[in-house]
Ligand binder design. Structure first.
Ligand code: 5GP
Ligand code: ZN
Length: 141
């Protein structure tokens, strides 16, 4: 546990939350400032800041909970869809430095947009640049 981490304090029970799911490795609770009714956060109980810091078994546990909870959240608020996403790192807009997946229910007239709308101008990448990037990712994975 990180003493100054708000989500670790929720895991410890020091800060109240509206818990919707809990197992040995994962906690899920309603977002305190929801983007839609049912907006849920899914976190590993152990403190890890970003995806890169998250051990593979904890990543599997978090994804299993997302897989279980996404249809449950949608059903609870009668949503036909959801955006499931991580702000991964400060530059990506992550405000709480404890890995968390967002499940945000979506509705046909909610005024929201797809993940693609988060970005500005698209880079114009040549074929050789794409090939180099693919190789670099493959080597790092
Ligand atoms: P981020 O921007 O880091 O991806 O998202 C952090 C989320 O945590 C925000 O949606 C914010 O509303 C939520 N949040 C921040 N503090 C608390 C809290 O104390 N309790 C709950 N339930 N949610 C919180
Ligand atoms: Zn933490």
């Amino acid at each position: 546990m990180m003493d100054d981490c708000i989500f670790c304090q929720i895991v410890a029970g020091d800060i109240p939350s509206r818990t919707v799911y809990e197992d040995d490795a994962v906690l899920a609770f309603l977002d305190a400032n929801p983007l839609a009714p049912g907006h849920t956060l899914v976190i590993p109980k152990a403190h890890h800041e970003t995806m890169a810091d998250l051990p593979e078994d904890a990543a599997s546990d978090v994804f299993a909970a997302l897989h279980r909870l996404t249809p449950a959240v949608e059903a609870a608020v009668d949503a036909p869809a959801s955006t499931v996403a991580f702000n991964n790192g400060e530059e990506a807009g992550q405000e709480v430095p404890h890995v968390h997946g967002h499940i945000v229910p979506r509705f046909s007239d909610d005024g929201g947009r797809p993940i693609h709308a988060l970005f500005g101008d698209r880079p114009d990448l040549a074929d050789d640049e794409l090939a180099d990037i693919a190789t670099a990712i493959e080597d790092a994975a």
